[in-house]
Design a binder for this molecule. Structure first.
Ligand code: FES
Length: 112
């Protein structure tokens, strides 16, 4: 525990340089697969990798500003909120991530 009373834990997943700019990386966990996305502005976000439309792999989508476009049918999801943009529907679960001083990316997930 981290002292907040939560059973969530922080996990070191990779270095920032391991994810290309405007690219992503997949991280497996007990609940499925998470996409970790790096934007052109050097922000990092984490969200479920499975598109709520028909399950497209969002980590293979196009990262632009703070959003990702699904590679299958082009739905766009805001990576800060997880919400679909525009006329698209649905919402991704998002996860807290942080880039620490040593350049490592950490993600907070429910403890297994
Ligand atoms: S599966 Fe993602 S937009 Fe259709």
């Amino acid at each position: 525990m981290d002292g907040s009373g939560s059973l969530d834990r922080w996990y070191d997943i990779c270095a920032l340089e391991d994810i290309p700019v405007r690219g992503s990386r997949r991280v497996g966990h007990a609940g499925g697969t998470i996409g970790v996305f790096r934007t052109a502005g050097q922000k990092v976000f984490a969200a479920d990798n499975k598109c709520p439309h028909r399950g497209g792999p969002l980590s293979e989508g196009i990262v632009h500003d703070s959003a990702v476009t699904c590679p299958l049918h082009g739905w766009v999801f805001d990576l800060e909120t997880g919400a679909a943009r525009g006329a698209d529907e649905g919402c991704l679960k998002t996860y807290p991530v942080e880039v620490r001083e040593d350049g490592r990316i950490w993600i907070r997930l429910p403890a297994c």
